[in-house]
Design a protein around this ligand. Structure first.
Ligand SMILES: [Zn+2]
Length: 85
């Protein structure tokens, strides 16, 4: 017997949408994939379906462009951290 709860219909629809039309988001520092997400603008907020399980840092690079980065530095190799594989 499985311990997993069956997914709610709303969750299944969200996951199907992300799987069908979501885009891969990569870290701006290292280029590794962070998640597959689908941005939705709703009631003055931007929500990114598919990003719920990831811990990322978000910043604006221009007025209309966001960048995502790893929060945990041990996940993010860069020239400043050559010891991270
Ligand atoms: Zn990174």
């Amino acid at each position: 017997m499985s311990d997993e709860q069956p997914l709610r219909p709303r969750t299944r629809v969200k996951r199907a949408l992300v799987r069908l039309i979501g885009r891969r988001v990569v870290c701006a520092d290292c280029g590794r994939p962070l998640f597959v997400g689908l941005p939705i603008v709703w009631r003055g907020r931007v929500r990114i379906l598919g990003a719920d399980d990831e811990l990322v840092r978000v910043s604006f690079t221009t007025q209309d462009t966001l960048q995502f980065r790893h929060v945990q530095l041990y996940d993010c190799p860069s020239p400043e951290r050559p010891w991270v594989a």
